[in-house]
Design a binder for this molecule. Sequence first.
Ligand code: SF4
Ligand code: SF4
Length: 255
Amino acid sequence: MKKDKSDLSRRNFFKTGAIIAGGITATLALSSVNGLLFASEPPKRKGKWYGIGIDINKCIGCGKCANACKLENNVPQEPFYFRSWVEQYTINNDGTIKVESPNGGINGFQQSIPDEDIFKSFFVPKMCNHCSKSPCTQVCPVGATFETPEGIVLVDEKYCIGCGYCIQACPYGCRYKHPEKGTTDKCTLCIHRLKKGLQPACFEICPTQARIYGDLNDPLSNINYFLKNHTCMVIKPHLNTGSKLFYNALSPEVR
Ligand code: SF4
Ligand code: SF4
């Protein structure tokens, strides 16, 4: 589909002033830090290239991130629609696993299982992985889903026909059909805030700094510091989506 000029310029919002230096070097360095970071060799990108880190050891399950996302991005208040949400995993002594996310965790969690029955329990904040080989982008029949040069996966509402193929294709459940607009909606990494030099809403509000984001191509960025100092993994690495959402202390039970 032919794109108009404004469309092209929106896809390059960050191009001006992008940090070029150190791009390939940093990517190679990342691969050697921990082979689990990427399921396969990441694409070689120059310039700013966003990645996200979440430290499960630091998340207290307060849900402020999920709530802030809803408010910032006018996500419908009904409990079926989320761009960002938190899950609680409880692994019981008998080996059973319970996964809960009441209202996306925006009101926090109440543990429903007696302490003595629990082997371990932890919270897993989830959001779009801004995959570098995103299945959602690949299946979109009209090119409405696309990746910016900075590695942010977006939906262009002007072109989205609401077919829902991308919702089905996302293996992480990060998309929903907006009940009023009829188009697909998802995390934008608060690109409107990034453009103003602000943090995405969910990162800014987190009281424990469990959430980190930054430029994977900048060796001095917060995200690179996080990756170099933790043993990080992505969810479902076997799917080879090129996920750029890296978790510290990710248990194998997390799906
Ligand atoms: S997490 Fe889902 S919506 Fe986000 S880029 Fe990956 S496949 Fe697309
Ligand atoms: S705001 Fe931070 S601590 Fe609270 S649920 Fe979200 S990631 Fe966890």
